[in-house]
Design a protein. Structure first.
Length: 266
């Protein structure tokens, strides 16, 4: 089955296809590649081509009429360029790979490289599966504080970014309260200012310079005030990239709290 049968089914409109970034278009392209009857010996210039596209569009008069409305001839070159960009992204991320050399075809001009869908690629059944992979790559679980990895990572993967950000800074607040020995009536920026008070905060490193102690208090209070409090009062529009930055900041803050605990124990 040519890839364009499946691709047109997933993306029936050229404008929609061309609006996608390469990494976004990679999902529909990969699902279409997997639909090929023989995806172990592929050449991108053979399957992502004007000829392959035209062949599918001319299968029937009805299909031709419908597709020409949404894939007019003037869009074909742009579509093919966009698909090749998506192919390069799939190659870079290991979803397609060159076949072993002893499986390659040969011609008078030399070796012709063929490609196959990798085991990673074969596990992708829908474009949404690839989107989940992309989100996971944005926020590598292994680099997060264990508490965040356990409680927030899955929320992020579901695309619920404002909830993920709220939850991650809630964990910072809970950790500060527990490490400092405070009660449930202590919360928010007031808790942070008490825990990291320059003169008598339970989590303040008294060996630091006064300016450094104040800076740490400001860092924690600013983070809680900026990222946890707004999300607890209203819906906040947050992109995946913004959420990643905030979650990594919260992970860093939790590690600071851990170091405060270790200092007290020593």
């Amino acid at each position: 089955m040519p890839i364009f049968f499946k691709l047109f089914e997933i993306l029936p409109d050229a404008d929609h296809l061309l609006s996608l970034e390469p990494e976004e278009l990679a999902g529909p392209l990969l699902v279409s590649l997997i639909s090929l009857e023989n995806n172990q010996r592929m050449r991108p210039e053979g399957i992502i081509s004007f000829g392959a596209m035209s062949s599918v569009m001319n299968q029937s008069n009805q299909m031709k009429a419908d597709l020409l409305k949404k894939y007019p001839p003037e869009s074909h070159d742009e579509v093919l360029f966009a698909l090749m960009e998506a192919w390069q992204w799939l190659h870079r991320e290991g979803f397609v790979a060159p076949s072993p050399t002893d499986l390659s075809l040969f011609s008078s001009a030399g070796t012709i490289t063929t490609y196959f869908v990798t085991r990673r690629g074969q596990r992708v059944e829908t474009p949404e599966d690839l989107e989940s992979y992309r989100k996971a790559n944005l926020l590598p679980k292994g680099q997060l504080h264990p508490i965040i990895a356990q409680k927030v990572w899955s929320i992020f993967l579901q695309g619920d970014y404002d909830t993920a950000v709220f939850q991650v800074f809630k964990q910072v607040e809970v950790a500060v309260r527990k490490a400092g020995g405070y009660t449930e009536t202590d919360y928010g920026t007031d808790l942070i200012r008490k825990a990291f008070h320059v003169n008598n905060g339970n989590l303040t490193d008294q060996e630091q310079q006064t300016a450094e102690k104040q800076a740490r208090s400001d860092l924690f209070a600013g983070a809680i005030g900026s990222y946890k409090n707004p999300s607890s009062h209203r819906n906040v529009e947050i992109t995946a990239e913004e959420a990643v930055e905030m979650i990594i900041l919260a992970s860093h803050l939790l590690r600071i709290v851990d170091s405060c605990n270790q200092s007290e124990e020593n």
